[in-house]
Design a protein around this ligand. Structure first.
Ligand SMILES: C[S@@+](CC[C@H](N)C(=O)[O-])C[C@H]1O[C@@H](n2cnc3c(N)ncnc32)[C@H](O)[C@@H]1O
Length: 319
């Protein structure tokens, strides 16, 4: 369906009143492009927040504000524009300066609209060997060792750039030597399974509680031929799962890692690795204590900002 966009160029102080006017005329939603908001957005470290986003590339107003309202084809826009203009000009009566108060209209093709945001996502090198590439980008490895993770950053957590995901990948680079059987608990977008395959892991099973994540992981795995044989299913942690794994990786909140510790212990052989991430600094001591209590040896802790990752190992008889 085609939509019509009505844009009012105005001031920061009149944004709310202008938005109300547009909504009262039947807009399905408004988009606000305000110079002041943009100044704040530019301060955010988007990679740190887990987004492969380049805010600097987003077109934006250089002064004042622009309110754009979207109207479905059922609203005849040329008819309502003069009234919108009259009401915006009328804000002066309430001591609101809405100038320049210019009203323009444009046709929006919904198919372009839905993919417009993709323009701002780009390949990001997340560890020494791994680069996350949005599925629509044509990107070739820059060095012989660079491995790609093709992702469609959709609904599920895991664009690969969040510190907790990076820590997990760094830990996988340490523990994977080739051919290991691996279980990815809380797979999200499937990013860690793809990373593990790229690093040489063998058989991989991936689980997530959330069906949206399971579907998203399946789509992403299909984009990466190297990970085509990863099996994904909905499951609560490792409840009911049998069959040994040499490595179990989980990037989940500390509260959720606690009940996973005994489950992981039961599925790991001697010398098997338990890689955990998603642990905020306040909880690291509790997680380390619980893993030691279970019998794990802590081989390495990794840190990025406020986040920790842990490489634990099930020790041999002689340790
Ligand atoms: C922080 S995300 C990690 C996603 C991805 N593995 C990564 O490293 O970027 C945590 C994931 O764990 C899943 N999860 C939370 N509780 C779970 C549970 N009890 N069993 C399985 N998955 C769970 C969430 O749905 C989410 O997809």
């Amino acid at each position: 369906m085609d939509w019509m966009a009505v844009t009012v160029a105005t001031t920061n102080e009149a944004v709310e009143a202008v938005s109300n006017i547009l909504m009262e005329h039947g807009a399905s939603g408004v988009q606000i492009d305000d110079e002041k908001d943009y100044e704040q957005l530019a301060q955010v470290d988007w990679a740190q927040k887990g987004e492969i986003l380049n805010v600097n590339e987003i077109p934006h107003v250089k002064s004042g504000a622009k309110v754009t309202a979207y109207f479905p084809a059922t609203v005849y826009v040329p008819e309502i524009v003069p009234e919108i203009k009259r009401q915006v000009d009328g804000l002066k009566a309430y001591d609101l300066d809405a100038a320049p108060a210019e009203v323009t209209t444009d046709r929006v093709d919904e198919s372009n609209w839905a993919t417009e945001w993709q323009k701002y996502y780009h390949p990001v090198q997340v560890t020494r060997f791994l680069t996350v590439v949005p599925s629509w980008e044509d990107y070739q490895p820059k060095t012989r060792d660079e491995r790609l993770i093709i992702l469609d950053p959709g609904m599920a957590f895991g664009t690969g750039t969040h510190p907790t995901t990076k820590l997990s990948m760094q830990a996988l680079e340490i523990v994977i030597h080739g051919g290991e059987r691996l279980i990815d608990v809380g797979t999200g977008s499937g990013v860690l399974s793809i990373a593990a395959k790229q690093l040489g892991a063998g058989d991989i099973r991936a689980y997530d509680l959330d069906q949206v994540a399971v579907d998203s992981a399946k789509k992403n795995l299909a984009l990466n031929p190297v990970a085509a044989d990863v099996r994904v299913a909905a499951n609560d942690l490792l409840t009911g799962i049998t069959g040994e794994a040499d490595i179990i990786v989980a990037n989940i909140l500390a509260e959720v890692i606690l009940p996973l510790i005994p489950q992981a212990w039961n599925l790991l052989p001697v010398h098997g690795y338990f890689v955990t991430s998603g642990i905020i600094s306040d909880k690291i001591d509790q997680i380390l204590a619980a893993q030691r209590q279970q019998g794990f040896k802590i081989r390495q802790t990794l840190k990025m900002g406020d986040w920790y990752g842990v490489i634990a190992q099930k020790p041999g008889e002689d340790e």
